[in-house]
Design a protein around this ligand. Sequence first.
Ligand code: ATP
Length: 261
Amino acid sequence: MAKISESHPRRDSLLARQKLVDAAERGLLAESAMIAHGRGEAYDYLLGEQTTESSLLAIREVVARLRAAARPVISVNGNTVVLAGENLIRVAAVIQCPIEVNLYYRSPERVAGLLSLLSKQREEVRNKGAPEGYTGDWFDAVGSVRLMGAEEDGRIEGLLGPRSICSAEGIGSADTVLIPLEDGDRCEALIDLGKEVLVIDLNPLSRTSMMASVTIVDEVARASEALVRETITGQSGPTQWDNQRVLRDALDTMAGALERV
Ligand code: ATP
């Protein structure tokens, strides 16, 4: 890949693309992964590639709800592992919850490949040391993050075929699921099962964003960095959350894009 200068205005975006291209070459992503990413990029452009005040509030609420949950789980797909795997492992380490690979286009090879990448990321996260402000035993906390998804012993009711497969001890019995970049059908099925569904999605108009209990309208890598900070420093509990409001705020920010250039 050509070297991208530090000052290139699209640097982060180009680096993210390259990570996805490399992961696709290694067979870790479904064919439609690039299309989904492109849709996200378009919204991020309009959002000004920034975490808004409103998204920060959603991040705080998501952390509060993960903390308050009896059985929280973080569900990840290929794009999420590639773009934000390390920081989501940090979040899981602090919250002490499992991470489950759960794919829309499921194949045993991709599940195994993503679990292996997550396992390497967990090692890296352990060796890089605790994030600022964390006071517990980081080595133990990271080491105890369970990586799930290979079990295939649970089913998400309301979905047909391979898309319904999950881990019985993970999503199957979770009361709260953080699902970055999820598709609408699965989000709806999880909500119908009475689970609290927390999402990260750049598209405030996706079915997922509109159905979720809490939506973080932000880019997954950026949001995950902020989630790590909030899991360590945040003190607040869950609130009466108006999710329509953050969706409207995101649309207002996007509508004001021209005034920012
Ligand atoms: P739905 O089924 O919920 O209406 P969709 O059909 O758009 O949504 P997919 O194509 O399955 O859903 O999922 C991709 C979603 O993820 C899109 O809404 C896209 O905006 C979002 N997305 C893609 N890349 C990122 C990213 N890096 N960070 C955050 N969101 C992203």
